[in-house]
Design a protein around this ligand. Structure first.
Ligand code: GLP
Length: 257
């Protein structure tokens, strides 16, 4: 295996990168037809400028074109925390409503996320995986990169055949995401529902987005990988032939001497 990535899209900063990726997504959305495979969406700080750029572009569409896109909208998010109500400002459902669903007025139910508030987490995960399978699997998948190499909430160690399921969050991830929880890692939910590498690797096309100096160390590890390594979940993307890595200069910077 020859190493990662198959295609590298490099830009000087996150803003330029998000605008270029938003342009590509816009082209793909223009070509969309009802019944096409759903979009695979991600949350996290990396995605905020991307959704802002995409919303700006889509708001420039003709009213009838945008209405047609929304009428056929179908997306599945990667993951959701367990134990947060849908209305909780820290839930990924709220994140998506604020970043994309609200600004574009996407119809309720078309922008899907796992039900993290269900009492039966395993049942909710199985139902979400089954709903995605009935929709034909992901078409275009957006991914961020966790500082420990996770994608979605697939924490290391992680195998490629794992499906949508309930997962425990590592202390590294709870630390990474503490910002939304008053800076307290202990306040971050200890579990989540995530699509697995099984569903992610079945996507037709994957865009991994990595920006900022805080991701430089984990991106270096990923770029050095020659074989998938369960300790680095993102390295399973080596198995997929249509992966684009979108990285900005701070994320690609060499370590300080
Ligand atoms: C989070 C999410 C991922 C996200 C990643 C990076 O924990 N579960 O889906 O892509 O970690 O987050 P951020 O973009 O905030 O750095």
């Amino acid at each position: 295996m020859s190493g990662f990535p198959h295609q590298l899209e490099q830009r000087s900063n996150a803003e330029a990168l998000c605008d270029a990726l938003a342009e590509r997504l816009e082209d793909q959305l223009r070509a969309r037809r009802c019944g096409d495979r759903p979009l695979g969406l991600a949350t996290g700080r990396t995605m905020e400028p991307l959704y802002a750029a995409l919303v700006r572009r889509l708001q420039g569409w003709r009213t009838d074109e945008l209405a047609a896109l929304k009428a056929c909208w179908s997306s599945f998010n990667l993951d959701e925390y367990r134990g947060l109500a849908a209305s909780d400002p820290r839930s990924y459902r709220r994140f998506m409503a604020e970043q994309l669903g609200g600004p574009l007025q996407i119809p309720d139910g078309a922008l899907r996320l796992p039900d993290g508030f269900a009492a039966d987490g395993d049942g909710a995960a199985a139902a979400y995986g089954a709903a995605l399978a009935r929709s034909g699997g992901i078409g275009v998948q957006l991914l961020g990169l966790g500082s420990n190499g996770h994608v979605g909430f697939n924490e290391p160690p992680c195998e490629a055949d794992l499906p949508c399921r309930v997962v425990s969050l590592s202390s590294a991830t709870r630390q990474q995401n503490a910002g939304m929880f008053g800076g307290d890692p202990a306040a971050v939910p200890s579990s989540a529902i995530t699509l697995g590498l099984q569903e992610i690797l079945a996507a037709e096309e994957i865009h991994l987005v990595v920006t900022g100096a805080a991701k430089a160390a984990i991106l270096r590890r990923l770029l050095a990988a020659r074989q998938p390594d369960p300790q680095l979940p993102a390295s399973w993307l080596l198995r997929h032939s249509r992966v684009w890595l979108w990285a900005d200069a701070p994320a690609l910077a060499p370590p300080l001497a």
